[in-house]
Write a protein that binds this ligand. Sequence first.
Ligand SMILES: *Cc1c(COP(=O)(O)O)cnc(C)c1O
Length: 402
Amino acid sequence: MIEKLAINGGKPVRDTYLAYGKQYIDDDDIKAVVDVLKGDYLTTGPKVKEFEDTVANYVGAKYAVAVSNGTAALHTACLAAGIGEGDEVIVPPITFAASSNCILYCGGKPVFVDINPDTYNIDVEKIEGAITVRTKAIIPVDFAGQSVDMDLICKIADKYNLTIIEDAAHALGSEYKGEKIGSIADMTEFSFHPVKPITTGEGGVIVTNNEELYKKMLLFRSHGITRDSKLLTHNEGPWYYEQLHLGYNYRITDIQCSLGLSQINKIDEFVKNRREIVNRYNEAFKDIEEIITPREDEFSNSGWHIYVIKLNLDKLTCTRKEIFEALQVENIGVNVHYLPVYLHPYYEKLGYKRGLCPEAEKLYERMLTLPLFPKMTDKDVEDVIRAVKKVVDYYSMENCPL
Ligand SMILES: *Cc1c(COP(=O)(O)O)cnc(C)c1O
């Protein structure tokens, strides 16, 4: 029997709304923040370096620069890579706008390369076709936490002398070929926004093994100002500093870094929980023809920042919109990640046109993000599964009276 949907006046699967993502803060996190508030340094103090060293150590990179948010991290990386007026940078369209905005901030031109329809990551086979004499860098995105194939991307980058800035905002704790993401690209960015794998409220970091890039990023984080006697053009005394580049104030506070230090203690547990929930979802949906569960390449071990299903519209009597709306009324906080970046009005004004990346556009019509966060209860997970089955059943072609 087909259950009456909440959107048609039936009883919702849940009484309370379940968000699609949510931070987890415990007493240790709260204590870590309070301790800094009671101390001497609110910013530019010891917690920043301690957090940077901890992140670098966790991902297996030599250096880390913590900044005010993930977008600032990407911008700082682009500045260090020397991206400027007229430079082209390759980026996938199924991502948050920040992956591409950072190129525009530097006067560069984002060149969108379509996605692989199975993994939703950039289609590596299509990268070379997009390279021109102006191409300077590639910004691959580890979508949902799934690693891109870095060996292949490095090969292309080597051949054309391109910088790789990996946008791993979704992927702290994820692995590529058994190693944590963060030690392969020239620079790798992570975000600490509350829905991301760990949080500092707002925050971001860039990790690198390259000392020269590291030093540049330190400068760009703080106005391009230095006190380093080796960099000064001359020295007028102990008070003296110089601005060498047009940098920014992208500093992060000790309050945030102290929270980050406490959060990163829990990353492995968070990732473990996320993987368990994803396994339950995959198992529950595996025989439902209307739903395509995420596919992971064998070289990747995702930490699953988000769980994205693809709707098989051929088997449904409705579009993604009806399913989205019906699930919302069942009190399941579904979401969509993402509208292809170049379809935003701002990008359309820059001249990008519909049809540029057909696979991304096709995926966009079908994708749906289900709730996923480390501290979801068994009941939360069951509610999502039950609601998805209920709504999909209702709109299934199989049950269509015609
Ligand atoms: C969240 C996110 C960012 C930016 O991070 P903020 O910390 O929110 O500035 C960049 N890229 C992707 C893919 C993201 O999801």
